[in-house]
Design a protein around this ligand. Sequence first.
Ligand SMILES: C[S@@+](CC[C@H](N)C(=O)[O-])C[C@H]1O[C@@H](n2cnc3c(N)ncnc32)[C@H](O)[C@@H]1O
Length: 360
Amino acid sequence: MKDYSIIEKIQNIYYPQTQYFGSKEKLGSFIIENINRYIGLHKIRTVFDAFCGSAYVGYIFKVLGKRVIGNDYLKFNYHIAKSLLENNSVRMSEADIERLFNLNKKRKDFLEKNYSNLFYTKKECQTLDNFRCNIDEMKGIKKSLAFAIMIKVLINMIPFGKYNYTTAISYRNSKFKSYIKFFDIKDKFTEYAKLWNGAICDNGKNNKAYCLSTTDLVENIKADLIYIDPPYAGTDFQDYYRYYHFLETFVNYPKSSIFIKKTKEIPREKSKFSVNEKEEILIQFRILFERAKHIPYWVLSHNTNGYPAVADFKKLIREIDNERDVRIIERAYTYKSGYKRKTSYEYLLISTKHNGNGHN
Ligand SMILES: C[S@@+](CC[C@H](N)C(=O)[O-])C[C@H]1O[C@@H](n2cnc3c(N)ncnc32)[C@H](O)[C@@H]1O
């Protein structure tokens, strides 16, 4: 039986869409409804969103009154998680926006020098250099909020919302309407600040955001449920850094750097969940499951194209802990790939410990 009160609640959740690749924004009801059906939301007090990306799933749990811990190894996602999950009350005021766009004599020119006319124009890069300097005069959650809102602006400005190709500026200049992505950065930031401010909510819990590799963090996390939404290995999109490197550079703002590829990626170590060797991926999941043994409920999102196959996940979990039930729920899912719409299957794997009572 569907629980329509939960579905309605989730459909009415006010979340500032990030257009993040792999975001579960269209699958919120599917995820929560099945967790409620097979575990029971009432048994869950704390949720660990272990690969939180845009923080959407963590955010739903927050709105549902659960304590949420979000984690992503990319810094820009950490700021999104901090601004939406950890943040129970801080909003972006008009005065903050003025501060962020005021001309700062101390501004540097890292983006102007290295990225002019690659993804953004020279003038836009100058605005971003200046903004980036002002942001350092903010602290804590306000700083994360400023990053999060600007990240939404940046993703929105660039065709396809990604940084793995070099023709963004010519696309933006092209006559095709959908590519016309020129707007005033400050105006857009002000518009999105309103969206973000509307999403800030206080669930009365001490929510937290981290920026670590999940396998390094999980043992120290006290939670009733771990939500695992890793990069889908074996697909084109398993290496998030490759697609979003500019956002990471914007956040880290190095003094100087070497770059690789024409897209001016700054080299960094790959996530172990994004490497090409299947054996290494399996090892990482084994480590993750071993280290998550203390968390009674595990929920994993997966799809048809990802590695390992969902049945192999089930086998691996049973191998690690034969006291666990594993249930697989399937749902057809359509998504946009370039201009085309494709269908694949989204899976939810729910694993509960026999007699698992939660409340860890
Ligand atoms: C499929 S996305 C998650 C999407 C998210 N559930 C949402 O709704 O937006 C996978 C995420 O895992 C992150 N990631 C990759 N390797 C990681 C690691 N070792 N530790 C933590 N996060 C990692 C990526 O940066 C990416 O944001």
